[in-house]
Ligand binder design. Structure first.
Ligand SMILES: Cc1ncc(COP(=O)(O)O)c(C=O)c1O
Length: 242
């Protein structure tokens, strides 16, 4: 059989068998069976609802199975061994980078850096790019609805490495239910080097208008850092901006 047919066949076999009716049911009803933790205890009434995904995301069966498979059959050092297991682990690791790169629509596979969470990611940016590129008078724009993971790394950078950077906080609108986009436009100056904003806020539950932010920032010609953790969880493309 031709290789491309084999590939197509393997894709079809990998697809979950979902009836068209199931696809019409609400997303929580469709996704709940994928998460063993949400069936636990099975008789719970009302059923468990979990809303703390930014702190710790629950893992669906596909992830749990994949972890078990990895630790059962492939576990080895990535990029640091000449033996078969290490080669396999390296291939799996690098193919995950490709998949993730396509998933978040990143400009290239080398834009994907694996970290263990949001705090480590932003610390990495501030301690590498930040230390090298931010100096006295340079401005970093955040918002008043940021989580600590997007505030403290910038404050540490200011305190210990680049004392004269200016950290600005974009306010909320009059109703306190979204970012004040006009204020944001007014806060970006020729000294702005970074705009780092949460996309879906755990403080307000609001999802900001990312394309509007993008246009505001681009029109003011500031290189921006996007904080897109929640959107990745929600499978939103273009989660990170660079
Ligand atoms: C809303 C929100 N954002 C960011 C973070 C930080 O995430 P991490 O633990 O990956 O650094 C948390 C952690 O609790 C969080 O609740």
């Amino acid at each position: 059989m031709h290789a491309s047919w084999l590939f197509l066949l393997s894709l079809l076999l990998a697809l979950p068998i979902t009836s068209p009716l199931a696809l019409l049911s609400p997303l929580p009803t469709r996704t709940r069976p994928d998460f063993p933790i949400l069936q636990n205890p099975p008789e719970a009434d009302p059923p468990l609802v979990y809303l703390d995904s930014s702190a710790t995301s629950q893992k669906p069966l596909a992830v749990l199975n994949s972890l078990t498979d990895y630790y059962s059959f492939h576990n080895a050092n990535v990029h640091r061994g000449a033996h078969r297991l290490s080669r396999d682990a390296t291939e799996m690791y690098e193919s995950a980078r490709d998949k993730l790169s396509a998933f978040i629509n990143s400009p290239s596979r080398s834009s994907v850096v694996f970290t263990k969470g949001a705090t480590e990611s932003i610390n990495l940016i501030t301690n590498t790019w930040g230390r090298q590129n931010l100096g006295p008078g340079d401005e970093v724009v955040l918002s008043v609805m940021e989580h600590h993971s997007n505030i403290v790394p910038w404050q540490l950078l200011k305190q210990y490495h680049s004392q004269d950077i200016v950290i600005k906080f974009c306010p909320l609108n009059e109703n306190n239910d979204d970012l004040d986009y006009e204020a944001l436009a007014g806060m970006i100056t020729e000294r702005t080097k970074v705009v780092s904003l949460v996309h879906t806020s755990n403080v307000l539950g609001v999802t900001t208008d990312a394309s509007r932010i993008y246009k505001i920032v681009r029109s003011q010609a500031a290189p921006e850092a996007g904080k897109g953790r929640k959107r990745v969880l929600e499978r939103q493309k273009s989660a990170f901006w660079s």
